[in-house]
Design a protein around this ligand. Structure first.
Ligand SMILES: [Zn+2]
Length: 344
């Protein structure tokens, strides 16, 4: 079984976008009383949005299951306030639940959290709990910068985030560290803001004792870990100079990387530098890069092809990356699969 741990509903029916537009228009009217409203999307529209996109690519590329969450660029935590984010996150998560219910063999859910800049993430606990307990979701996406490129909230290692971490530990679910759109014109969202955030989160983890406080807390740093694998020597050296423990001891029981790196040399570097125990297969299709690489004739985001082509990777490590590590990091995965099989 091949599990892609990083997929977003980027092809959601247009009505979701219309819903969001109505919500944002309401914010401009001072007399408007926010309400969750209604999303008018049929099951057929959901099927249509996936059959020629994510499902087609799963079939063509030979992957079996995608860990699926709302579109990351659309989370837009900087828009409106906590109530805006609550209504929007609930609506997006409910749509993911419908996808996972329609296609239990192909998708398992991960939720968006109703974060808002300057608001302690205690308000996210209820939605995380609802998604895990009622919908069978197995993780969440945590935005380390709800301001959208201005980094106005404390680092991920600050006690500001601890109530959410306590709930993650209690529910035994990991978070993928994932920013959303960039409001800062210096940072292109998928080209700079995403990769910056991946790198920034890792450096934050190095400087703190977060994992002493939460020994079982788990994070996935996406996009191959940003600059981390390429600069592994720098991070090891910085940690050493700061008197921190070796990186393996400090965080490799808690921090994992995905394979959303869109060229073979990058994937090879990731696999050479980071232990196979800490790498999870992912493609983020249909996502940030949708084109075909003229140098190879294949989609940039067909990351399975790169891994398949690496002959020095042992069968054991390959199994860990494609499947084994998912069961370890997403502790609820096996039970969720058994439950989905029982229902279908
Ligand atoms: Zn993503």
């Amino acid at each position: 079984m091949i599990v892609d741990c990083h997929g977003h509903y980027t092809t959601a029916p247009k009505d979701l976008e219309e819903y969001r537009k109505r919500q944002i228009a309401g914010l401009k009217n001072p007399a408007h009383v926010p309400s969750k409203g209604f999303l008018n999307i049929t099951d057929d529209q959901i099927r249509e949005s996936l059959e020629h996109a994510q499902l087609k690519m799963q079939r063509e590329r030979g992957t079996d299951l995608t860990i699926f969450s709302p579109r990351a660029g659309g989370m837009g935590h900087h828009i409106g306030d906590e109530t805006t984010s609550k209504h929007w996150s609930e609506t997006c998560n409910e749509l993911i639940h419908r996808v996972c219910t329609l296609y239990p063999e192909n998708f398992v859910g991960v939720c968006q959290l109703p974060q808002s800049p300057g608001v302690r993430p205690t308000g996210c606990i209820g939605e995380l709990e609802r998604c895990v307990k009622e919908f069978g979701f197995i993780g969440c996406n945590l935005n380390p910068d709800p301001s959208g490129g201005y980094w106005t909230d404390p680092p991920l290692t600050d006690e500001w985030w601890y109530p959410l971490y306590e709930k993650m530990v209690e529910l035994d679910v990991p978070a993928m560290v994932h920013v959303s759109a960039s409001c800062n014109p210096n940072f292109h969202f998928t080209g700079a803001h995403y990769i910056n955030a991946d790198t920034t989160a890792f450096m934050q983890f190095i400087t703190s004792d977060l994992f002493k406080d939460f020994p079982t807390l788990k994070f996935i740093i996406p996009h191959g870990g940003g600059a981390v694998p390429y600069h592994w020597g720098r991070y090891r050296g910085i940690a050493q100079d700061m008197g921190r423990p070796p990186l393996k001891e400090l965080l490799l029981d808690n921090v994992f990387f995905d394979t959303c790196v869109y060229h073979r040399p990058g994937i090879e570097l990731l696999l050479k530098v980071i232990p196979a125990d800490n790498i999870l297969f992912a493609s983020e299709m249909v996502g940030a890069v949708r084109g075909i690489d003229p140098e190879t004739g294949h989609y940039y985001d067909d990351t399975k092809r790169y891994i398949d082509g690496i002959d020095w990777l042992s069968a054991g490590d390959r199994e860990k990356i494609f499947h084994g590590n998912v069961r370890k990091v997403y502790s609820r995965f096996e039970a969720q699969r058994a439950d989905a099989a029982g229902r279908s």
